[in-house]
Design a protein around this ligand. Structure first.
Ligand code: AFP
Length: 322
């Protein structure tokens, strides 16, 4: 059983990237402990504040955010930090060579119902000069590393540095992440999709047609039945896709005309796209590869269609037909 640090050495990563990933893993171990504590750890419930997204913050959102910020700022390799819970980017260590974007507690609306939540990290190279929002405006193809931790019955971590996607599981006795899958592979075909169906009347026509055909099952144009899942935590839905295939989507909708998209590019869509592509899957907005988007705002949102390659391609055909 290979421990995380041994796995990183075997991948031939630079010592700096190895060290940074170990810091990210430490964050996951700490947050896993807090999440496991639940009500007894005094971490449930809402804080009295809202984040930049206008979302009421959960106590654990803030606790997890502060914990990660503190650990990253203490690592001299980290030059700058961007978080879902922080309005502005945060400068850390002037000589650092990495920028780290993260969603400290993805799916936080699940925390009070004891359902799945996770943490998502995206690591980018730090350019010369001052740390400002512009320094982070790099497409997903520039990521050095993407990983998530999923706090479920087991705490697991998916990680890629561009040499495939690996899966680790946290040994609760040793607090070490242990390699459990060397090369994750997403099946090209699937019979399972994930979408929040309550938004159906707000979707664009291509997505309405695509999902309607899935729901018609064997009697419809697809000629087979499909299953649906929705965890309301991207980390949980993407982990299922990496584990057994599937198509996950949060498409454009007109529910809130000022906010046509839900998921954030820098710390949700890009890292998840990297993990899925490295496992042989595909990730698109419906019209372009997510990882090729040139960002212009740290909290910008984007449509996401990702998962089993052949099924994503089928969904994209509906979009190309207009
Ligand atoms: P929260 O972190 O606010 O719970 O949002 C989670 C999320 O960004 C993503 O992880 C889910 O896939 C999606 O939102 C769920 O959105 P709905 O609540 O609209 O289904």
């Amino acid at each position: 059983m290979q421990r995380l640090h041994e796995s990183l050495i075997q991948q031939g990563l630079t010592s700096e990237l190895q060290q940074l990933i170990l810091t990210l893993a430490e964050c996951g171990v700490e947050i896993s402990r807090l999440v496991r504590g639940g009500a007894l750890a005094g971490v449930l419930g809402v804080a009295e504040t809202e984040n930049v997204q206008g979302e009421t913050q959960k106590k654990l959102d803030i606790i997890a955010n502060d914990l990660i910020k503190q650990k990253l700022a203490a690592n001299p390799l980290v030059k700058g930090i961007a978080s879902e819970e922080e309005t502005e980017v945060v400068a850390a260590n002037g000589n650092g060579q990495y920028l780290v974007c993260f969603d400290p507690l993805d799916g936080s609306s699940n925390i009070d119902i004891n359902s799945l939540v996770g943490t998502i990290f995206s690591v980018l190279p730090a350019p010369e000069g001052e740390v400002n929002e512009q320094a982070f405006m790099q497409p997903g193809t520039r990521q050095n590393c993407a990983c998530y931790m999923l706090y479920g019955p087991a705490t697991v971590m998916a990680m890629t540095t561009g040499q495939g996607t690996r899966m680790y599981s946290l040994d609760p006795d040793s607090d070490e992440f242990i390699l459990v899958e060397e090369r994750v592979e997403v099946p090209a075909e699937t019979g399972e999709f994930a979408i929040n169906m309550s938004n159906q009347r707000f979707w664009q026509a291509p997505m309405q047609r695509y999902i309607a055909d899935l729901v018609q099952g064997k009697e419809g144009p697809r000629g087979r039945n499909f299953n649906m899942r929705w965890i309301a935590a991207m980390v949980g839905d993407v982990h299922r896709v990496l584990s057994r295939g599937g198509l996950f989507t949060y498409p454009q909708d007109t529910k809130n005309p000022t906010k046509p998209f839900k998921l954030r590019l820098m710390y949700e869509a890009n890292p998840m796209s990297f993990l899925v592509e490295q496992a042989g899957g595909k990730a698109s907005t419906g019209y372009e590869r997510i990882m090729e988007i040139q960002p212009d705002q740290i909290h910008q949102r984007v449509a996401v269609i990702l998962g089993s390659k052949d099924e994503v391609d089928t969904c994209l055909r509906y979009h190309s037909e207009g």
